[in-house]
Design a protein around this ligand. Sequence first.
Ligand code: 3Y8
Ligand code: NAP
Length: 262
Amino acid sequence: MWWPSPATDACWRAAVSEPRILVLGGTTEASEFARRLSDAGIAVVLSLAGRTARPVVPTVDVRVGGFGGIAGLERYLQEAGVTAVIDATHPFAARMAANAAAAATAAAVPRLKLLRPGWSAREGDRWTAWPTPTALAAALPAGARIFLAMGRQDLASFAGRSDCRFLLRTVDPLPAEILPAGATAILGRGPFTLEDEEDLLRRHEIDLVVSRNAGGTGAAAKLTAARRLGLPVWLVERPAPPPGPLAATVDEAFAWARKLMS
Ligand code: 3Y8
Ligand code: NAP
């Protein structure tokens, strides 16, 4: 499905009132949702921030990079004739979520947040929830060997804990200067397998797994591996989403989009 430039778009929009959906992506669900819309013959563009060097995305139209704040996104919605926005960004992409809600309101375009449920502890789990990475970092047991599976954005919170030994996982290589002292850095993007996660925790003799409560399946294997090895898991709780309609699954989001277009 081609995605006309705003310049040619005005006349095309005048001719047809074809639905065009903007999916704010960067998650497994966003990619699956965009693929299903495209397979149904609906014009869709999947938007990424450009945080990774080589994103893995479905064969749909993709745009990469920020919009330029709320005003930039509002302008994009109007110029590209977007008829609906699905914010399917990661639960911790709070600024994008807030901007999408404000810009969609300003442009009078319907918006839905596709927000997968958080992970919940089950029998055998030893989980502790924390409100912020800073509070979590301050409470880490001295000298612990920590698997830090939170990417790079909150690394500064752990800089002061040089008494801990960190195993860090990011999608792209980290600049040496932001690596906590004594840390081991590995690369990885989901989805991860249970066997690989268990092997990783054993090989590095991890005492404690630290993550964000991202939910979903792509990064859940480490939690099962921790349970099987009897390891504690500390999770940073997710921020509240902006007010407005929510979908917990791709099916729910698809039904919402279908209803809008009927
Ligand atoms: C650029 C797109 C897929 C999508 C994979 C999902 C799972 C892995 C959970 C761990 C935790 C982490 C991180 C994570 C999750 C999926 C999914 C999800 C956590 C990609 C992607 C982009 C990003 C950005 C990246 C951040 C980082 C966060 C790694 C693509 C792979 C740790 C978040 O190295 C970096 O600079 C990474 C930056 C933002 C958070 C951070 O603070 O560092 N995601 N992740 C998106 C864009 O440009 O808009 O590259 O293909 C998407 C995925 N991230 O099925 O292929 O279901 O969403 N991503 C966290 O939860 O704490 C990994 O390692 O166990
Ligand atoms: P964020 O802090 O909420 O957003 C910061 C700025 O990045 C936004 O204001 C926007 O810039 C730009 N941006 C974010 N997501 C975008 C998207 N999908 N398309 C276009 N621009 C986007 O976001 P973040 O936490 O850095 O996450 C960035 C991306 O990585 C998102 O796509 C998210 O889904 C993905 N991701 C994040 C995490 C995580 O842990 N945060 C995990 C997995 C995937 P402008 O203001 O210029 O528009």
